[in-house]
Design a protein. Sequence first.
Length: 391
Amino acid sequence: MLAAIPLAGCISAVDYGKVRHPDYVADPRCTPQPGAPADPAALPHFFVTSRLPDCRSADIRLLSHRGDRVRQGRFAAPRDIDVGGKTKFRAPLALMDEGDWWQALQAETDRRQGRVLLYVHGYRESFESTSKDAAQMARMTGFDGPVIEYSWPSQGDVLKYAADETNMYHDVRNFRDFLRTLADRPWVKEIVIVAHSLGARLALPAIASADRLSRRADRTGNISTIILASPDIDRETFERDIGGDILAPDRVALGRHITVYASLNDRALSVSRTLHGYPRLGSPYCFNPFEAAALEAKGLPARCYPAAIPGLTVIDTTDVSRGSTGHSNFLRSAPACRDFIDAIAGQKTRPGRVATHLAHVFRLAPDPADPKPDNDRICGRTPDAGDDEKG
C-alpha cells in the first residue's frame, strides 16, 4: 500500500478463481446441523463471517471471496500447523448452526458480566491475521466476556485496497443486521466495539441503525464503549454526522463514549489521504495550511483533530508509534496498549495521558521511567506474532 497504491496502474484485479464457488461449500460441514459440537475449551472465541468457506478438505478455511451467506462459528488463536507436509499459519475453527451459536454465546455471556467485545477489522486482512489480533486483544485486556470477531472478505493483498473498500461497503447490510440482532438480545448488557482502520466505515453506520431500530423494551441501548483504532474515515464526514447521531445527547447521557486512536506517523492513512483527497480521522494531519501555520505560531505542534463533541476523546499516539507503518499502535506500542486496556474497561481517564490545548485530545508520551518497555509482553503478543501490519 505504501509504495504501490499511489502509482497509476498498480491496483490488482480480483479473480473468481479456478474453483466454482458452490464446490467450496458443497460438503455438509459448510452447513452444520443443529447439535454439531464445537469444543469451547479448544475454540474459546466466536466469529461471524461473510467470507466464503472452503470445506473441501479436513482443514476448513475462510477465503477472501464473498460468501453465499453469513456464517457463524468458534475459533482459537492461529498457530503453525502441518498441512500436507507444509507448515501453514492457520486459525483452528469450527462452523456452527446459527441457533447453536447464539445459545453458546448466551451461555458464555451469562457466565460473565453480560459484556461482549466485538472486533471489526480493516484492510489487507486474512481470517488468520484478524483471528490473531482478536485473540491478542482477549489476552491483553483480560476481557470479562466473550470475544466476537466479525470477518468480512478483505482480500489480504496490499494492491487490493479498492477491492477491500468495495467488499466492505457490500457487507454493510450483513454487519448491520448482525449488530442489530446482537444488540436486541436481552442478555447482552454491554457491547464494546473495536473497529480498526477501514472497519470504522463498517461499524459506525451499523451502530446508528441499531440505535434507530432497537427492539429492546427499555430502548436505552447497550452499545456503550466504541473504540476506533486508526480509523480510515473522512474526518469531516465524521464531524458532521456523529455528533447528532451516534453521540446524540441521550446516548452520551447513558454512558456512550467514542475513543479514537490517531497518529501523524500512520503511513497507511497518509496513503489513504492521498487516494481520497481529504484527511482521515485516524491521522491528525492539517489539511488547511493556514490552520497549521496558526498552531506553529503559538508554539504548538501542527496537528489537527476533529472538533470537540460530547462523548468523544482523541488519543494521539504519534510520539509512541511503532511498527513499519504506525497503523496498529494499539496492538504494538506499550503506552498505547496500556491506554487501550483501560479504554476497553470503560475508563474515561488515565494517568498516562498528556493534556493538550484541546480538552478532548490527549497525547501519549514515552515513559521516562521505562524508556525501553517490553512492548510484546504488555501488548499480549505471542513470540510468533511477527511485526507485519495490516490496515
